[in-house]
Every structure is written in C-alpha cells, then in structure tokens.
Design a protein. Structure first.
Length: 86
C-alpha cells in the first residue's frame, strides 16, 4: 500500500509541472501578440502595456506563473486602451 501511495504522489507532482508549461507558453504568446499589436504606437498606454508585458516575462522566468498572468492581464487592458498600432 505504501508503494501505491508513493506512486500516486509522484504522479501528482509530475502532473503539476507538466501543466505549468501550458501557462508559460500562454504568457509568451500573449506577450508576442501584444508587442506586434502595439508596434509603432508610442502612446502612454502602449508604453505601459509593453512595460507590463516585460515584467510578466520576468516573472515567468522566475517561475511565478500566477503573477506573470496577472501582469499580462493588466498589459492587455492597457493595450486595449492604446488602440493598437497608430
């Protein structure tokens, strides 16, 4: 019974790290899309959106995916206010 419990715990630990990869790809893709959307736009909101996306990428590199997603959400809000490329 101990071996089965240990196996179950090991499988759950692996499942958690495998699912984290999906979130990191999402942050990368969202940051790339935001950068291309705001290319040539130098408004306040566009600049702030790019800075927030940079912070999100930094947080992702430190493996804090929840914080990275929160920063990307804010970046996308400001990108919407910027109105894309001008």
């Amino acid at each position: 019974m101990k071996k089965i419990s240990l196996l179950a715990v090991a499988m759950l630990m692996c499942a958690g790290t495998a699912s984290a990869g999906a979130w990191t790809d999402s942050v990368d893709e969202r940051a790339d899309a935001l950068t291309s959307q705001l290319k040539g736009n130098n408004s306040y909101h566009a600049h702030l959106a790019r800075e927030l996306a940079d912070v999100a990428m930094e947080e992702k590199s430190q493996h804090d995916i929840d914080v990275a997603r929160a920063f990307m959400n804010k970046a996308e809000e400001h990108a919407a206010q910027a109105g894309g490329s001008k």
